[in-house]
Ligand binder design. Structure first.
Ligand code: PLP
Length: 406
């Protein structure tokens, strides 16, 4: 994470959180441009020899300014809806660097993607291939597609973010993949340019990726199709806590290099979390502190509508004070949100820093699947997003006006 204490005060890079909070209503998201840029270059450097096209997964953070900054660093975009496609285009990502994933793309969404001549539409069913063919024929176009394979690999991650197991809804099953490829090859307004996989998210071990490469290699050889691109998806895990494991991208990159040499193809990656996950924090104010039996509830002005990962996946994000008190308070505390749901709770601690009502805290590592998953639940407005770049503070999304939801 990119948050550090100088004395007792929390800073994001060289900007004090307190100074930002003076001019902005809490809760709000803040991001470090430096961290995003560093993560992007760390990722690219691991795979230097493969020279892949890196398509940032827009669903992990769909702020147009961030997509645009990543575009300037050389990133393409992996999108999953009409809205994300339009955002990527507005962020000036060139269509030939955009791939479109998802199992339920509608006719309208496909039409837009076909008209914009994006690099690949990654199809996930025979019906989708037929629909793209039909639309393309009408528009007198030949559309480049990728075929998403479900490799039948368990990514050993949270079950709710696994996508490559045999029982998963994603991709075409391995068992009749070749037959489906033959059927799709007959469709005249399509060109099969790629095979794609994405086995899940927050993957911290190379083993499932290795298995996937093996499955891919065998199928590609059997298919005798000359795939120009091989889209290996995203899913690269990050440590959310200090002691957590990091994925060994060096080992994986060696496997990918060999794989690419054997097949002589262009590799595409779709990282999301790895690029932005540790580059963002959600700043929140303590509304009330309530003693309830054995637990002291620290009630924040940020709730599960602003940041839903703990409620959705039962994961913990560390919360730290913006002004670190020198005193520790004994006993159990629990950080909770204001929403009328029992799952609106963030994390519990024992013997935490002493805290007071109106103090500020930072929920850490929320750059990915934070803001992009937020909602208006409980009729609460979407919060502001702020980017820190070269010491300057830029509001990259204004807090939604309450009038916009009434
Ligand atoms: C969600 C998703 C990604 C990004 O996953 P991360 O875990 O954020 O890297 C990439 N590709 C596809 C198809 C996805 O659905």
């Amino acid at each position: 994470m990119t948050l550090i204490y100088k004395g007792q005060n929390l800073f994001l890079d060289s900007t004090s959180i307190n100074s930002i909070a003076k001019n902005n209503q809490t809760p709000f998201y803040i991001y470090s441009y430096k961290k995003i840029r560093d993560n992007f270059s760390i990722f690219s450097n691991y795979f230097k020899k493969t020279n892949p096209l890196v398509c940032f997964s827009v669903k992990s953070n769909s702020n147009i300014s961030l997509i645009s900054e990543l575009g300037k660093l050389g990133s393409g975009a992996d999108v999953v809806s009409e809205g994300e496609l339009l955002k990527a285009l507005k962020a000036k990502i060139r269509p030939n660097k955009i791939v479109f994933s998802g199992i339920g793309k509608t006719k309208n969404e496909l039409q837009l993607a076909i008209k914009k001549n994006i690099l690949l539409i990654n199809i996930e069913s025979e019906s989708e291939a037929k629909l793209i063919n039909k639309i393309s024929k009408k528009l007198k176009k030949i559309t480049s597609i990728g075929i998403r394979l479900n490799p039948g690999v368990d990514a050993n991650t949270l079950s709710k973010i696994s996508t490559g197991r045999t029982d998963s809804k994603f991709g075409l099953p391995k068992s009749n993949f070749l037959k489906l490829c033959r059927n799709i090859e007959k469709l005249k307004n399509l060109r099969i340019k790629a095979i794609s996989v994405h086995i899940g998210s927050q993957i911290t071990s190379v083993a499932p990726y290795r298995k996937t490469l093996n499955v891919l290699y065998k199928l590609i050889k059997l298919s005798k199709i000359n795939f120009k691109y091989i889209d290996l998806g995203g899913g690269f895990g990050i440590p959310y806590k200090k002691k957590e494991k990091k994925i060994n991208l060096k080992n994986y990159s060696t496997l990918v290099e060999k794989f690419q040499k054997k097949l002589n193809c262009k590799v595409i990656f779709e990282p999301g979390r790895f690029i932005v996950g540790n580059a963002g924090a959600l700043i929140s104010k303590i509304v009330f502190i309530k003693n309830s039996g054995k637990t002291k509830f620290i009630i924040l002005d940020a709730g599960m509508n602003d940041f839903v990962r703990p409620a959705l996946y039962d994961v913990k994000h560390d919360i730290i004070p913006v002004l670190k008190s020198k005193r520790k308070a004994k006993g159990n505390i629990e950080f909770v949100g204001p929403i009328c749901e029992s799952t609106d709770t963030f994390v519990k601690y024992k013997n935490f820093f002493s805290l007071n009502e109106n103090d500020l805290v930072a929920i850490t590592n929320v750059g990915a699947y934070g803001s992009s998953l937020s909602s208006n639940y409980n009729s609460r407005p979407l919060v502001a997003e702020i980017l820190i770049k070269s010491g300057k503070t830029k509001i990259i999304r204004k807090r939604q006006k309450i009038s916009a939801i009434i």
